[in-house]
Design a protein around this ligand. Sequence first.
Ligand code: HEM
Length: 440
Amino acid sequence: MYDPLPPGPRAPGLLQALRWSTRALPFMERCQRRFGDLFTLRNFRGDPIVFVHHPEGIREVMTADAESLRVSNLLLEPALGSNSLLLLNGARHRRERRLMSPPFHGQRMRLYAGLIHEVTKRALERATAGGRRELGLHPVFRDVSLDVILRAVLGVPDARLAEAAEILREATDSFTTPLVFIPPLQRDLGPASPGRRFQRARRRVRTFLEGQIEARREATGEHHDILSLLIAARDEHGEAMTTEEIRDELMTLTVAGHETTATALAWAVHWVHRAPGVLPRLRAELDALGPEPDPEAYARAPYLAAVCDETMRRMPVVPNVGRYAKRSFTLMGRRLPPGTAIAPCIYLTHLRPDIYPEPREFRPERFLERSFSPFEYLPFGGGARRCLGAAFALFEMRIALGVLLRRYHVETLDARTVPVRRTIVHAPRRETPARVRARA
Ligand code: HEM
């Protein structure tokens, strides 16, 4: 009564999972060439995962109701907490998402333009202080995105920023080592174990976040950070979010919003300096904004926007998302049994020549020439679970990239394109080493 699973490589699950963990993108591309629109890979336990990249299949998954398809991000639970939006399904997901959406509406982004501009300028000045010319741009972007999140989301004041950044950096690092995604290794197995580091970092960050929530609940006066909006939010029954719910959501916003945006920025610098003709056109647009552009002018510049869009097409930092069928699910005419894991593959959709001619070319103009449907272009996922921070991330990318290239000459020092996997994101192999010099 069910159809057979789509074809896939014959290699044992363990081998497939190893290839998937170490060389995920070339491996998926080979499968796409060999098996077409749908194929099945195996995880470490040998369980099948059906990969889909045809826009019609993507549409079916992204528009499915929550009773048919659920998220399968359970590996993230120990790090983010069980109340994280990324882990919730059905009615709870809808409630929490409604409560969390207002702070992320497009029009609120204008509030953050000055902040992003200032933080980027300062981070670049710090990184190049004392005439330093060679630096890793990815760590600079990581500092920028963390600083922006800490201020915009948590409202951390200047005096406590360094301490907060250190706590959050330790947590993100300990949560994103691959070992921690093997549940037994999350336990404290002694002083040198990753589990000890993980548990300690989690305790520390939870205490810090709960302290922030308490302090904000007691504070008087006006605050514009996202935490204040979450505290004030009420659902349709007039109920507020609990401290644990807010804590897990703050953790989610910090982890989901910081490394992703920094990595997308690192890829943007990489591609802008590799693809012929892109940098001169971008520079001309940025220079035309005048000597001291208004931060929002960066966010409105059309070619800069197209460069950011094309960056996330060519190298989406989250190359696929995960769902599983709660009841039988028909995917591109194939009836799959309950329990089937399904992976809409953003990376492969973005490389389809029937949507993007010469898909390996980095050509921002394609975004000025036509628009793409949400099932053809989906760096932020789609449907009811589309990234909550998409507008925020795009705004930050445009301003931070604009400030860097408006103020500095950049020469990238590593041309390799195949990324490394850092648990959820696929990042440039090294830290985007570059030689930078202030422009006159
Ligand atoms: C370039 C940067 C980013 C990329 C590529 C990205 C990508 C994604 C993707 C693909 C999803 C969908 C996951 C799924 O379907 O299971 C997602 C969800 C989410 N993202 Fe982002 N993200 C970025 C930045 C941000 C930022 C800045 C924030 C917040 C400050 C954020 C918060 C979230 C949240 C809360 C969800 C869960 C939404 C839900 O399940 O309803 N992300 N993101």
